[in-house]
Write a protein that binds this ligand. Structure first.
Ligand code: FE
Length: 190
């Protein structure tokens, strides 16, 4: 079956979240499930790998009917990067193809956001975001001349969650909803 690895991950996440675990447990055990999924780059259907020349793409791979989690193929064109933004829910980032740079930002006493350390995610690596500790970041494609792809998992329907981009200097927030780039999702039921 073509989407067997994806289905196995979806089943694993569903089982994990069924027991209402704490966020640290989700981040730890979810990261292990995601690391298994991105260990080998041989399962992502080709239609969810296409970059866009102007902006990064977010292809929905699966969304839990109870909004407990959603899953996106995040495709970076050469040199593309996000603004400073938050998620309003936990998130896991599994690097599948290429590399990306994940820089967390931290709110200062004057309201501005300052960059913390940057992590370069290599294939197979898993990063995270968490409203409790590190929800604000900037992510960019490591490469200026080739696409990169990471698999993101969030604790809600990320395409419909109202969240924020920030002006790092003033800290001023602006609301946004990211949506999804695709009209069809992988068939896990065939
Ligand atoms: Fe993000």
């Amino acid at each position: 079956m073509q989407n067997e690895k994806l289905l196995t991950f979806v089943q694993g996440m569903s089982r994990l979240l069924q027991s209402n675990p704490t966020e640290p447990t989700i981040l730890k055990e979810g990261a292990e499930l995601l690391a298994t999924l991105v260990q080998k780059d041989d399962w992502l259907p080709e239609m969810f790998t296409h970059p866009h020349p102007q902006h990064y793409q977010q292809y929905l791979l699966y969304a839990d009917p109870l909004d407990r989690f959603s899953m996106v193929s995040f495709v970076w064109g050469p040199g593309q990067k996000t603004p400073v933004h938050d998620h309003m829910t936990w998130g896991l980032i599994g690097m599948l193809r290429g590399q990306e740079i994940d820089t967390h930002y931290f709110k200062q006493a004057d309201g501005s956001y300052h960059a913390g350390e940057s992590n370069t995610l290599v294939p197979g690596a898993v990063g995270s975001v968490s409203p409790a500790t590190h929800d604000v970041h900037v992510v960019s494609n490591y490469y200026a001349d080739q696409p990169s792809i990471s698999i993101h998992v969030y604790g809600g329907n990320i395409g419909r969650i109202s969240r924020h981009v920030f002006d790092p200097v003033t800290g001023a927030p602006k609301d946004f909803i990211s949506g999804y780039s695709n009209a069809v999702v992988p068939n896990l039921w065939n």
